[in-house]
Ligand binder design. Structure first.
Ligand SMILES: NC(=O)c1ccc[n+]([C@@H]2O[C@H](COP(=O)([O-])OP(=O)(O)OC[C@H]3O[C@@H](n4cnc5c(N)ncnc54)[C@H](O)[C@@H]3O)[C@@H](O)[C@H]2O)c1
Length: 404
């Protein structure tokens, strides 16, 4: 059975989604057809339709709204690649029309809005998937398998720290405005997801944040206002008792920096930047000595580790410890995996890997770094998810009220 899909939002990520679909098609694993595209800007939708025609062999029809597309096409699912503040109204409309939804990260602008989307999926019994791509990198899959197999013993510390981007616009100017979804939230949500992916639920977070650049320079040299934090420093406590060290600088000058690592009582695992294909660095503690393990030795520790068939087809092997590929191909492959999971969830009537509830957690946790500073104390995931702690987010909703 071939599912019928529509794509909403034909900007930067919408076009990357079409490239992801093309990877699935090349791998002979596309279980859906892209029948429609939609953007508020007609020329963007036309451009996406052109790209799809070139890459997918068939031109999707162009629409100006969900209602129009739904009336013309018997849709099974849609993907939403609009800015975060437009995810929820569109998603709820689709779910209530009986259509499954995959929404780009972050699930919504605020936790309160994200909960509306999750509730709509629950009420309608439709699938709600969050397109979170970083964890699907084969290297992160191996990292998780090694941690789960006890390769570093009992983990007691995780580090997620990075510095990049300087004073420039990161992809689009809206990412520097709080009410559109500031850059710490837009980017950091990948990292709260991966911390929980690797080490399980986070119980509490604390943070301090700053705005380094109150203006950002676009590619044409034009300056854009920036009222969103671009530096976040914090800590987390996992339910397991492990602690996490958090730093996200999107204003980094000088040397770029990325460090993701898990330290346990049996060694350490250093995990490379996502989408680079670089190998893990696993160092195990044996008889009081620290011994680095080769890629072959890493794989030998997880004899049952195997990538799912679609990931294996896209990356060329079931058991990978590193790979070499152009960034654009890696990026498209990870999006292809998201689509395969979304289609599989619909066809097999199972939960997608990253559900609405999972997407809501990663959003709540990244806001935790900002909310905690308002309160001057650590905040729990439970309080963030229940809405008990929401002062920072309330201001965003007051600034840009959403239709309910
Ligand atoms: N996973 C990743 O690696 C990654 C990378 C980039 C962006 N993203 C996510 O993708 C989403 C989009 O980001 P982007 O960089 O493509 O933004 P963008 O501004 O380039 O594109 C968004 C598009 O959505 C359109 N749009 C807005 N409201 C709409 C509506 N109601 N119906 C139809 N179209 C509408 C806009 O006109 C615009 O063309 C965001 O949630 C972002 O966080 C994820």
């Amino acid at each position: 059975m071939t599912l019928s899909f529509g794509l909403f939002g034909c900007g930067v990520m919408g076009q990357r989604h079409i490239k992801g679909m093309a990877k699935l098609r090349q791998a002979g694993r596309m279980r859906f057809a892209l029948e429609g595209v939609c953007d508020l800007i007609p020329s963007s939708a036309e451009r996406a339709a052109d790209l799809a025609e070139t890459l997918l062999g068939k031109r999707p029809r162009v629409f100006a709204s969900f209602a129009e597309m739904r009336a013309a096409i018997p849709l099974d699912g849609i993907s939403i690649t609009t800015m975060p503040d437009a995810h929820v109204d569109l998603g709820v409309e689709a779910l209530q029309a009986g259509v499954h939804v995959m929404v780009e990260k972050p699930i919504a602008l605020t936790v309160r809005q994200g909960k509306r989307l999750v509730a709509a999926a629950r009420e309608t019994g439709r699938k709600l998937a969050v397109a979170e791509n970083y964890r699907r990198d084969p290297i992160n899959r191996l990292a998780k398998a090694l941690i789960d197999a006890g390769a570093v013993g009992r983990p007691f510390l995780a580090v997620q720290a990075s510095s990049s981007n300087g004073e420039f616009v990161v992809i689009t100017p809206w990412r520097h405005l709080r009410r559109k979804c500031g850059i710490v939230v837009d980017m950091g949500v990948h990292y709260t997801d991966i911390l929980e992916y690797l080490l399980g639920p986070i119980e509490a977070v604390v943070g301090m944040n700053a705005i380094v650049d109150a203006q950002r320079k676009g590619a044409d040299g034009a300056l854009h206002p920036a009222d969103a934090e671009d530096l976040s420093v914090g800590a987390v406590r996992f339910k397991s008792g492990a602690l996490g060290n958090w730093m996200l600088s999107m204003a980094g000058r000088g040397a770029g920096y990325f460090h993701r690592a898990v330290y346990g009582d049996g060694g350490s695992l250093v995990i490379p930047t996502d989408r680079t294909g670089q190998p893990l660095q696993l160092t195990v503690r044996r008889d009081g000595r620290d011994i680095p393990l080769s890629e072959a030795e890493q794989l030998a520790l997880v004899p049952d580790f195997a990538l799912d068939p679609t990931t294996a087809a896209l990356f060329g092997s079931e058991r990978l410890s590193s790979y070499r590929m152009e960034f654009a191909d890696i990026d498209a492959n990870l999006i292809a995996i998201e689509y395969d999971d979304f289609a599989g969830a619909i066809l097999d009537d199972r939960s997608p890997e990253v559900s609405g509830e999972d997407g809501l957690r990663s959003l709540a946790l990244v806001y935790g770094f900002l909310e905690a500073e308002r309160l001057g104390r650590p905040v729990t995931a439970a309080a963030l998810l229940s809405g008990e702690v929401s002062a920072y987010q309330d201001e965003l909703e007051d600034a840009a009220p959403q239709a309910s």
